[in-house]
Design a protein around this ligand. Structure first.
Ligand code: SAH
Length: 281
C-alpha cells in the first residue's frame, strides 16, 4: 500500500536522439477529496496525494487531508489567490497543464467528486488538448456523506424511486431547472450550491406542485466536526437556510423524514491505522 501504483511513478528524464535530454512530461490526477473527513478519502486518492510533486487545491479541501501530503510537496491554493478571489477556471486549466509540462506529478484536489459540480470536465479537456495525460480519481460526493450521516437514504422503497442532483447556482436570477419534473412526489432532489437560492427553489418546487409539507433536510459541513443538520419541510426551507456559513446541501424528498438530526461522531473516524502510518515525512 505504501508504494504508489505504477502510473503514479514517473521517470524524470528522456534521452533524445542527439544525446540531448529533456524532461518527460508529467501527469495530472484529478482527485476527489470527498466531503472533508479524511476517512472518506479513497485509498487511490490517498496514494495520489502521497505521490504528488504539487497539489493544486481549492477551498473545500480540508487541512487534515492536505496534511497527508509529504512535506516536500508544493501546495497551491487556487481559492485564495488574488486577495481571496478564486483563480479563474481558464487560469487553473493552464496552471495544471504548465506544471505537468514541467515534468511534475500534479494532483488537482477537489472537494467531493471531481465530476460532480466540480468543473473537472473542463480541466480534463484542457489536459487532453495539451496532450497531457490526465487520470480521474472519483470521490465521495457531499450528498452521499450527508445522507449516510443523517441515516436518510437517497432512494427508499416506497418513498424515493429516484434521486436527482441539481445546482441551485443561478448566473442570472433563476436556476435553470426542470421544475415540473423535480416537483413529482416520491423522489429526492439534492441541491448543491443552493443556500442563497433556497427560498426561490422552494417557491418554484411548490408552484410546480410539490407538497409544501415535503420533508427537507439541510446538511451543512457534512462529515466534518462542525456538521449541522436541520430537518424541516419545503415550506420551511428558506428560513432554515438563513445564516448558514459553511458548504451546505438542500435535500428535499419524502425519504428525508428518516433523518436523524442528532449528531454522533462515528467511532470509525477516531482512529484509522492507514492515516497513522502516513504521518508526514
Ligand atoms: N464536487 C463537490 C461539489 C462542489 S460544488 C462534491 O462532489 O461534493 C460546492 C457545493 O457542494 C457547496 O455549495 C455545497 O452545496 C456542496 N458541498 C460540498 N462539500 C460539502 C459538505 N462537506 N457538506 C455539505 N455540502 C457540501
Amino acid at each position: 500500500m505504501s508504494r504508489p501504483p505504477a502510473r503514479h511513478r514517473k521517470s524524470s528524464l528522456v534521452v533524445l536522439g542527439g544525446g540531448e535530454t529533456a524532461r518527460a512530461p508529467g501527469v495530472v490526477h484529478l482527485v476527489g477529496a470527498g466531503p472533508g473527513d479524511p476517512d472518506l478519502l479513497t485509498i487511490r486518492a490517498f496514494n495520489a496525494i502521497r505521490a504528488a510533486d504539487v497539489i493544486v487545491h481549492d477551498g473545500l479541501v480540508s487541512d487534515e487531508i492536505l496534511d497527508l501530503a509529504l512535506t516536500k510537496t508544493r501546495r497551491i491554493n487556487v481559492a485564495k489567490r488574488k486577495s481571496r478571489h478564486t483563480l479563474p477556471q481558464d487560469d487553473i486549466n493552464q496552471l495544471l497543464v504548465a506544471l505537468a509540462l514541467e515534468g511534475l506529478t500534479v494532483v488537482r484536489l477537489k472537494g467531493g467528486d471531481p465530476f460532480l459540480f466540480g468543473r473537472g470536465g473542463e480541466e480534463l479537456a484542457a489536459c487532453r488538448e495539451a496532450g497531457v495525460v490526465c487520470h480521474v480519481v472519483p470521490g465521495i460526493t457531499a450528498a452521499l456523506a450527508a445522507s449516510a450521516g443523517a441515516g436518510a437514504p437517497l432512494t427508499h422503497r416506497g418513498s424515493a424511486q429516484a434521486v436527482t442532483f441539481v445546482t441551485g447556482h443561478a448566473a442570472h436570477g433563476d436556476p435553470d431547472l426542470d421544475w415540473a419534473s423535480l416537483a413529482r412526489p416520491n423522489q429526492t432532489v439534492i441541491v448543491y450550491m443552493g443556500v442563497s437560492t433556497a427560498g426561490l427553489i422552494a417557491e418554484r418546487l411548490t408552484a410546480a406542485g410539490r407538497a409544501p409539507s415535503t420533508p427537507a433536510l439541510i446538511v451543512e459541513n457534512a462529515s466534518r466536526v462542525d456538521e449541522r443538520r436541520i430537518l424541516t419541510t419545503l415550506a420551511g426551507l428558506a428560513i432554515a437556510a438563513e445564516g448558514l456559513k459553511g458548504p451546505a446541501l438542500l435535500m428535499v424528498g419524502e425519504a428525508m423524514a428518516m433523518a436523524d438530526v442528532a449528531l454522533a461522531t462515528s467511532d470509525l473516524t477516531v482512529s484509522n491505522p492507514l492515516f497513522e502510518r502516513s504521518s508526514r515525512s
